[in-house]
Design a protein around this ligand. Structure first.
Ligand code: 28F
Length: 647
């Protein structure tokens, strides 16, 4: 039926309706920002950038943008530009407003291709630029297209300057520039961007979108910084980057790309001399931390292809069992990245892919290519199968070793040679296990502690260098075994957090290089064999004070050098303050150790986030790994790997 002419009154009603939609939308976002960006903490703050960047990436995926820049301005506002077509500026007859205004004021508007196409990029599953607008104190957009420059700006999502032409541009110039300042009334915790967080994700986006150039600038420091990322090899270069400190079995990663049933699949994988495996999976650039069907398809294909090849070439006898998924993945670093037209995200944090077609398509595309690779490269194929056979043997050896430790019932701990001084409470929720470096500190900790809630496990000197040791040697080490047994959870594949004896595992080492080294070893051990402890937030690092200042009856413990200077600056000149610098925990007597580092009332514990532990793991591999250069670089940088987190 032909469009009936809308009367003025109806149009006015409609106009009001759309106006109301804008107001309701922005209000909803500002009232419950967490619904749209997850949290209003630092993580939510950075999601503002991801959302705008993802719109630029969509423009690149559509084939129109080739370069995206992200700049953190001095005032912690952010400018993002792309060289795509430029957001449309035509006046829409339904609203009487430019498309540009609609994209930035209507919730969930701006789905790039309306209903037809699909938003392939990730972000928070397409909440749209209007959310960023609503949560920004200021936001302005400049669009260059059709020989003109268009501009409009907003405050907390409301139009301040209606769209206007602010200049001309060469006919063939095009692109979008968005500048925004997050609203401190929303982001109360922090409005300071972390350039490391931005850099890491933007570099990852450059890997995931091969050929796309992404420039990251930080204008806040006296000496501004700039990173310029562009990877023609895409995720193949990502795998090489992830393995830069490792020896690899072949000269370059195996890479495959294919499309089937409208799903694009890319896989890059390489084998290294490390016994661990690392697998990152993505859907439409979203990191699917919880895995999902694409990950299952990839794993199933890899295991099946290696076993089929091994049997066909008599490397596994008919009566011998298949290699397991863990066996064939030992030492591999892989990235699986798929683009899906209609992704269904599931799981705790909506980062698990649910689409069943992604399983079969990823399996088929990878299996076809990988089996062809093995056929065409018999020597590499033999090395891959041998690796799996070796892993299988080590696994069964470890299983035997594990039987040994698990046979020791809980009673074993009590007669461990003076090792673990357990606490009296049997309630894990209030129980804390301190791993203390050295016997003297261990003694003071046992004396000073709260017996009800605090258990002490002294670790003598450098624990075993777990990097080079195989599983059974690790388990043979008394110190390691007592730590695993004390925790009660088992470790590795058998880990079961429901059996944990302590909800806080607190590493207490000296603040010197040796202490940092032991801290790294322990974090690595926990990260590799008891990682869910970290994810559950059970792992902490004690923060003993560096100094004690006394002046007359006054006594204060100071944690850092700068705090000391500030504090001394405030003291009266006489009597001369006495400053004691603690070189090690052993210098503190039991009551000082309790007061400053163990008493939950006033201690400072740093909770270890998995990124810290992963960083420790990387640092550890570098320190213990085979390549010398990075080790020197690390010592020069003297990198601090555990972020300061007040808990
Ligand atoms: C710095 C952030 O936001 N870039 C964007 C485009 C391009 C189009 C578009 C965006 C169509 C009508 C919904 C242009 N020409 N960078 C960006 N570039 N949005 S966002 O269209 C928006 C949809 O409203 C675009 C032809 N088709 C699409």
């Amino acid at each position: 039926m032909a469009d009936k002419k809308e009367t003025k009154a109806e149009l006015a009603k409609e106009y009001n309706a759309s106006q109301i939609q804008v107001l309701e939308g922005l209000e909803a976002v500002r009232k419950r920002p967490g619904m749209y960006i997850g949290t209003t903490s630092s993580q939510g703050l950075h999601h503002l950038v991801w959302e705008i960047v993802d719109n630029g990436i969509d423009e690149a995926l559509a084939g129109f943008a080739t370069k995206i820049t992200v700049t953190v301005e001095k005032d912690n506002s952010v400018t993002v530009t792309d060289d795509g077509r430029g957001i449309p500026v035509d006046i829409q007859k339904k609203t009487g407003k430019p498309a540009l205004e609609t994209v930035y004021t209507i919730l969930h508007a701006g789905g790039k291709f309306g209903g037809g196409g699909y938003k392939v990029s990730g972000g928070l599953h397409g909440v749209g630029a209007s959310v960023v607008n609503a949560l920004s104190k200021e936001l302005d957009v400049t669009v260059t297209r059709g020989g003109k420059q268009y501009y409009m700006d907003f405050t907390t999502g409301h139009v301040v300057t209606k769209m206007k032409v602010i200049g001309t541009a060469p006919q063939d110039a095009h692109g979008t520039k968005v500048h925004f300042l997050p609203d401190p009334d929303i982001f109360r915790e922090t409005t300071t961007f972390d350039i490391k967080v931005l850099d890491k994700r933007l570099r990852e986006l450059a890997f995931l979108n091969k050929g796309l150039r992404i420039v990251v600038r930080d204008l806040r420091p006296a000496k501004p910084t700039e990173s310029d990322y562009k990877y023609e090899g895409g995720i193949k270069h990502y795998v090489e980057y992830l393995d830069k400190n490792k020896e690899t079995m072949f000269k370059e990663p195996i890479y495959v790309e294919g499309v089937m049933q409208g799903i694009t699949v890319e896989v890059a994988i390489q084998y290294t001399n490390d016994y661990r495996s690392d697998l990152l999976t993505f859907t439409n650039n979203i990191h699917t931390y919880e895995g999902g069907t694409h990950e299952e398809g990839f794993k199933r294909a890899l295991t099946r292809v290696v076993n089929d090849y091994a049997r066909k070439n008599n490397m596994i006898k008919d009566n011998e069992p298949n290699l397991s998924g863990d066996d064939v993945r030992e030492g591999t670093t892989a990235v699986v990245s798929i683009k899906h037209p209609d992704p269904q995200f599931e799981g705790q944090t909506k980062t698990k892919l649910g689409n069943s077609d992604a399983r079969t398509v990823t399996d088929r595309i990878f299996a076809d290519h990988f089996s062809k690779f093995l056929m065409e490269h018999p020597s590499e194929a033999r090395q891959i199968v041998d690796r799996g056979l070796l892993a299988s043997k080590a696994r069964s050896a470890a299983k035997r070793a594990r039987e040994v430790t698990r046979k020791k019932s809980g009673l074993e701990i009590s007669n461990l040679p003076g090792k673990l001084a357990d606490n009296t409470s049997k309630d894990p929720a209030i129980s804390e296990l301190f791993i203390v470096e050295g016997d003297s500190a261990g003694g003071s900790a046992k004396q000073g502690r709260s017996r009800l809630t605090q258990a002490i496990l002294p670790i003598r000197g450098k624990i075993l260098n777990v990097e080079k040791a195989s599983m059974d040697k690790i388990l043979a080490n008394e110190e390691i075994r007592s730590l695993f047994t004390a925790m009660g959870t088992g470790f590795g594949d058998d880990f079961d957090i429901s059996k944990v004896n302590y909800h806080k595992l607190i590493i207490m080492t000296d603040a010197d290089v040796d202490g940092a080294h032991i801290q790294t070893l322990l974090l690595t051990l926990i990260y590799r064999y008891m990682r869910p402890l970290i994810d559950a937030g059970y792992v902490y690092v004690a923060q003993p004070p560096l100094y004690q200042v006394r002046q007359g009856k006054m006594q204060r413990y100071i944690d850092t050098d700068e705090e000391l200077n500030d504090f001394l600056g405030q003291l009266p000149p006489t009597p001369k303050p006495v400053i004691q610098r603690y070189k090690g925990l052993g210098e503190m007597d039991a009551s000082q150790l309790w007061d400053t580092t163990m008493n939950p009332e006033n201690r400072r514990l740093l909770r270890v986030e998995s990124s810290d532990a992963k960083e420790a793991d990387r640092v550890f591999s570098m320190l213990m790994g085979d390549k010398v250069a990075p080790r020197r670089e690390f010592i020069e940088d003297n990198a601090k790997f555990v972020e300061n987190l007040d808990v």
